[in-house]
Design a protein around this ligand. Sequence first.
Ligand code: PMV
Length: 308
Amino acid sequence: MIPQKKQGAAFAPTNIALSKYWGKRDALLNLPTHSSLSITLPTKGTHTIVRVSEKETYILNHKDQTYMFGERMRSFLKPLNNTFSIETYNTIPFAAGVASSASAFAALTLALDDLYKWNFSKTELSILARIGSGSACRSLWNGFVEWEEGTREDGMDSHGVPLEIKWPALCVGLLLLETQPKSVSSRNAMEATKNSPFYDQWTLTARSDLALLKEAITKQDFEMFGRISEGNALSMHALMLSARPSISYFTPKTWEMIQKIWTYREEGFDLYFTQDAGPNLKLLFLEKDIGNVQKLFPTAEILKPFIV
Ligand code: PMV
């Protein structure tokens, strides 16, 4: 395929799943066993510049990381029949469970669209990004985004769909507990948890959580929203713990913070969390509690997903 420009450039934000994607019906196309729902963090994400070049290179955060130009990226780019030089800058720690692969593949897809002048629709770009990393298909929009699982074998109906409804008072606090790359990638962990005796139950729970979460968002019922989001994340981690052998993304620090959140909640503070495939937590709370969060979690970075 012939590029239409010297280079393609794009930014894509990351997203945090509130009702998680964990389980595939097709591993090659990243087709999920159930739909999921996320909130985009518009100021956190990945800037990417892509060029066709003689030699494969990968510069991450100004450092040559060509060794990371792995199978995943290569197979994603293979249909284009070119060699690429990719320069990318993350405003989030790499592989620390703050969904950097979501923004990375969404930004790469958008940068390729710019390079080749495809002018694809966001839905088409979402389908493409999904093939790189499932969660990337939700990073094409701001706000709440549902990834509709779809039923087609070719995956053409499995992509992000933005929800109309906004929630300006909603806040997310990034509680970074570790910045080292995770020990097991979400891709490998997802595969390894398939043998959990609770697998089928997880899929059912995830479906009902998604419906309840959408209800909570529609009603702007924060207690319900927090309860379902936190419960969904813990069910996903319980699934991982019940796999044989077990997978855990918890560190002692993660547990210490979870206990802290639960204690504050017992004392009447409307504070919940979610956790992805890493030890870090994302606090969920409303604008009225920003002061409390700043006081109790001074290292948390507070973001307002709807105020850009
Ligand atoms: O898109 P992947 O393969 O990085 O998987 C993402 C998995 C979770 O972040 C744990 C959940 C989700 O829905 O984003």
